[in-house]
Design a protein around this ligand. Structure first.
Ligand code: KG4
Ligand code: ZN
Length: 344
């Protein structure tokens, strides 16, 4: 089975083609696929001077780039559209203009070539991505940490999630981005903070650890964001050591909170596998902290942590294998929770 996946929900225009056997045992096990093509156009330069993603600019850039990237992916995989078994696109959540560009393009290709169309929840793309490259069976505990989300879930199968906790205010990636912005480290913030933290003294700044040692699996990051801002106001951004120390202290605080929340999640929903996914999962320090928690720890390769087309193609393929296709009147969903019980 070969599925082409399109990702346009934020500032990355991405197209990939993945391949896997058509049949899978009950519960979708074992996993495993092959990436035949994976092309990404990062709009970083378009957005950098604004210090964040500008939705209108993002939508236009997706529109300008997407057709070319589809052609590039097909050429890389040495395939014709007719040789695909399905076309998947991120159907939300995300910036609506970009999601519309991806969904309309995928629908048009599916219609013209009489192929199944798959509307993939972006979060499901992150959630299942680990199964593309690693041998991870359902159910597993997932820490999903990205620019817009911070959640703990039990992943029971495609479209089958039980949410254990979520952030009550900001996402952790957003907190990394804000810290980088305050320190003038550039955009996107996560990799910049991680780089700056190297050689920093994590003991120098005592920052609050929101929700730490509290019951439950919810997160909160707004207090930490405020504390970082107050610390930045007291230091000189030219003081490289102070910047490194603050980044290291911040990163360790985030690590403490994530470890504490995952410990609670493992207590309420015991599991022998902990998976981390989403852009922040690219962070080597945080991976190292989570690795020590106890259960088998698995993370996608760093390249597949941040937004990419392969995770959308893979989630589409997992859905296609179960016959979970979508009709061409699917409407893009700017908000789309993973678990059916929640409304946020
Ligand atoms: O999953 P993603 O690419 O997009 C969303 O779905 O949001 O995540 C992007 C987020 C950004 O906030 C970025 O700063 C963060 O992931 N990020 C990192 C690292 N690489 C990306 N955060 C910490 N350390 C990193 N190495
Ligand atoms: Zn994402």
């Amino acid at each position: 089975m070969r599925v082409l996946g399109i990702e346009t929900s934020c500032d990355e225009t991405a197209v990939a083609i993945v391949e896997a056997p058509a049949a899978s045992a009950p519960l979708g096990n074992p996993p495993g696929g092959k990436i035949l093509a994976n092309v990404v156009y990062s709009q970083m330069t378009e957005h950098r001077r604004f210090g964040g993603v500008v939705p209108e600019i993002a939508a236009r850039a997706h529109l300008e780039r997407l057709d070319g990237l589809v052609a590039e992916a097909l050429a890389e995989a040495k395939l014709d559209l007719a040789e695909l078994d399905g076309i998947a696109a991120t159907g939300g959540p995300g910036l609506i203009g970009g999601v519309m560009v991806g969904v309309m393009t995928a629908k048009a290709m599916a219609f013209a070539h009489d192929k199944p169309f798959l509307a993939v929840n972006h979060l499901e793309g992150h959630a299942l991505s680990v199964r593309l490259t690693e041998d991870v069976a359902f159910p597993y505990l997932l820490l999903l940490v990205s620019g817009g989300h911070c959640q703990l879930l039990t992943v029971r199968g495609p479209g089958d999630f039980a949410r254990l906790g979520t952030t009550i205010d900001d996402a952790v990636g957003e907190c990394f981005d804000k810290t980088a912005k305050l320190l003038g480290l550039g955009f996107p913030g996560g990799p910049a903070v991680e780089r700056a933290a190297q050689g920093g003294d994590a003991d120098r700044f005592q920052l609050p650890r929101p929700m730490w040692k509290k019951p439950g699996c919810d997160f909160s990051f707004s207090g930490l964001k405020t504390a970082v801002r107050q610390a930045v106001e007291k230091l000189s951004r030219d003081d490289e050591q102070a910047v490194a120390d603050l980044c290291a202290s911040f990163q360790r605080t985030v690590g403490d909170v994530l470890v504490d929340r995952c410990t609670n999640a493992l207590a309420v929903a015991p599991n022998d596998t902990l998976v981390v996914a989403g852009g922040v999962a690219a962070n080597a320090y945080l991976r190292g902290r989570l690795e020590k928690l106890g259960p088998r720890f698995v993370a996608p390769p760093v390249k597949l942590c941040t937004d990419n087309g392969a995770m959308i193609a893979w989630a589409g393929l997992e859905r296609l294998r179960l016959g979970k296709t979508d009709s061409l009147d699917f409407r893009p969903r700017p908000r789309w929770p993973l678990d059916v019980e929640s409304r946020t």
